[in-house]
Write a protein that binds this ligand. Structure first.
Ligand code: CA
Length: 617
């Protein structure tokens, strides 16, 4: 697994950097902006023996404040300070050997877009559509096979590339909007030039380049702009814990201290509990933090300050370049804690209203809450990451409707997840979901029972948090993780030219799929711009007799949600117990059917059902 120092020929020089010859192969970030809050900029300069040179520049408002060499002589880290008020410009940096100029390059500082720093982000008013770009839609067949990329398209291989791309997403933005979603989270779109299993996006080979099989950097910006035109926000998926062994930096390491366990393959134990466990052994915690995620994913050591800056600047570069509305961070607990705090501080210094959700794949509430911003952690740790993925709620949602209610089972499992919200600093900002690209599809998890599926969707869209729904859920898509990731990441029918079925249209969906689609659409459309369900308070009553009732409310409005978890019993619900929420209301409207219920004295609930009522005075 030893990654060697060696120069490889690179395909092309990225971005707006003009070297006077080929002595400089890369400068990253490829360009930057004037008027950033942080005036400092670290340039990674890569070229044969560049470290023997001394950089100089002469431009008003820009000074070199530091030059650092690392073990590999082909790297130089140049620290710039950029005065806040200078206009957009190009300037030249000269790399000198003695009195003669060895090489030089021109660097560009662009102007920021109006309102860039004050941009708003995603929050609990949103409903997020998660899609896997290789598997959603192929809008441009001309990019399916690109000769210089190591893996070509093979739609017959569940682990191969299928040809989905940014053009395909743009083609179906109206579909996503019309379903009632307000945000898109796409799995990573940056380059993954790996010889096999490269489609998923989590083994990055270039942090600054959209994979050409998905499109170009400008296509990504177009996706953001086209989404914004339709009122959709875009959440970018970022990976800091690891990158591909085929990344050019890994092929030519600046120093061995950029990655952990370079000598032989050492797999992580995937036990994020070791980070919060006060009794954790050093052995276990080190294995968690320094072990590799997979054989082709080198574990990045963000304790290296140059690497940390490199990753932080890459994040800011994408926010500023593309205009995205938010970020999802892969494998948050696997990165060094202090790095995540440093990263989030830097992001929120530039974009104070931004939101970020960290993937915190943990089984228990307390450990999940630890990784959210402002958690009252005994050790004083504050990640600065405002949102976390609510895996405890996911686990509860995947068993609640299959189990018979007990003291902690069935509906009680949902109740107990929420009863522990005192642990979270910002529970309303948790991302909530029934499944995702790593997990069994929800429909088979509830035994392909559409009644249970509706209970899950209804709960997800009415409880606290930011609901996130995985593409294909609206089609009752099936798939199990144990059958391979291809099983849970199937192609969206109709996303490819010549597909025999087009499920983007009602005619292409079967009866059950249309029932599911319409159910989801009705709830999402109702949730859209509904301040009560987005921002209202939550009150829950302990599930009794297989019935769980909760309310979303303000002083003037109230929504009642009731779930019946019985397999065969119709239940009659007497409102007396819920008087503190219901006493001011005389009648109700069923949100799904539109039916008006004139009397609230007795409510009936069919077996395995969810009732969502807007209470009226
Ligand atoms: Ca394509």
């Amino acid at each position: 697994m030893k990654l060697k120092y060696s120069i490889v020929l690179l395909f092309l020089l990225q971005g707006t950097v003009w070297a006077d010859d080929s002595k400089i192969e890369r400068v990253e970030p490829p360009f930057w902006w004037t008027g950033m809050s942080n005036p400092q900029l670290q340039l990674l300069v890569y070229g044969k023996d560049i470290s023997v040179t001394v950089p100089e520049l002469n431009h008003p408002g820009i000074v070199i404040t530091g030059v650092s060499k690392v073990t590999n002589p082909n790297y130089l880290f140049v620290e710039l300070e950029i005065s806040k008020d200078i206009p957009p410009c190009e300037f030249e940096i000269f790399f000198k050997k003695g009195k003669s100029v060895y090489t030089s390059f021109k660097y560009e500082l662009r102007g920021r877009k109006q309102g860039s720093s004050s941009r708003k982000s995603f929050n609990k008013s949103d409903a997020v559509y998660l899609l896997m770009p290789d598997r959603f839609s192929n809008g441009d067949t001309s990019n399916d096979n690109i000769p210089e990329m190591l893996e070509q398209c093979d739609r017959s291989d569940p682990d191969g590339r299928h040809g989905g791309d940014i053009a395909g997403i743009i083609n179906h933005l109206n579909y996503i909007r019309d379903l009632g979603f307000t945000a898109i989270w796409s799995n990573p779109l940056v380059e993954n030039n790996n010889p096999f299993y490269s489609y998923h996006g989590y083994a990055i080979t270039d942090f600054y380049r959209i994979d050409p099989r998905f499109g170009t950097n400008d296509d990504y910006t177009r996706l953001v702009n086209e989404s914004h035109k339709r009122g959709l926000k875009v959440i970018m998926d970022m990976v800091f814990n690891h990158c591909s062994i085929h990344h050019w930096l890994m092929q030519n390491l600046p120093g061995t201290d950029w990655i952990n366990n370079n000598d032989e393959f050492y797999r992580s134990n995937f036990r994020a509990s070791t980070i919060t466990d006060p009794y954790a052994s050093v052995y276990d915690r080190d294995k968690m933090l320094t072990g590799w995620f997979d054989t082709h994913m080198a574990d990045l050591d963000q304790r290296n300050e140059f690497l940390a800056r490199y990753l932080i600047q890459n994040t800011i570069w994408w926010i500023e370049f593309s205009g995205i509305d938010g970020i999802r961070i892969d494998t948050q607990p696997y990165s060094y804690r202090n790095f995540m705090t440093e990263w989030s501080n830097a992001i929120f210094t530039e974009y104070p209203k931004f939101n970020v959700v960290g993937e915190t794949w943990l089984q228990q509430e307390a450990m999940t809450a630890y990784f959210q911003k402002d958690a009252l952690n005994k050790d004083g740790y504050n990640s600065g990451i405002p949102s976390v993925t609510d895996f405890p709620m996911y686990y509860a949602l995947n068993k609640a409707f299959n189990e018979k209610d007990g003291w902690t089972e069935g509906l009680l499992s949902l109740y107990y997840v929420l009863a522990q919200d005192f642990l979270y600093a910002h529970p309303d900002n948790n991302l909530i979901f029934c499944d995702n690209h790593d997990l069994d599809r929800y429909f088979p998890k509830v035994n392909s029972n559409i009644k249970k599926w509706k209970m899950g969707m209804g709960f997800l869209l009415t409880t606290r948090g930011i609901p996130c729904i995985y593409y294909g859920t609206e089609l009752l898509m099936t798939g199990e993780e144990k059958k391979g990731h291809g099983s849970i990441r199937k192609d969206f029918p109709g996303g490819w030219p010549g597909d025999s079925v087009n499920a983007f249209t009602s005619a292409g969906r079967n009866k059950a799929q249309n029932e599911a689609f319409n159910y989801l659409k009705t709830l999402l459309k109702w949730r859209l711009n509904n301040k009560l369900i987005q921002y209202g308070k939550l009150k829950q009553f302990i599930p009794e007799n297989e019935i769980y009732v909760y309310f979303r409310y303000t002083d003037d409005e109230c929504v009642m949600v009731a779930l019946n978890n019985s397999n065969n019993e119709m239940k009659a619900l007497k409102p007396e117990r819920f008087d503190e929420c219901m006493k001011n209301y005389k009648y109700a409207r069923n949100v799904v059917t539109g039916e008006v219920i004139n009397y609230l004295t007795v409510l009936t609930l069919p077996p395995k059902s969810i009732l969502i009522l807007e209470l009226k005075k």
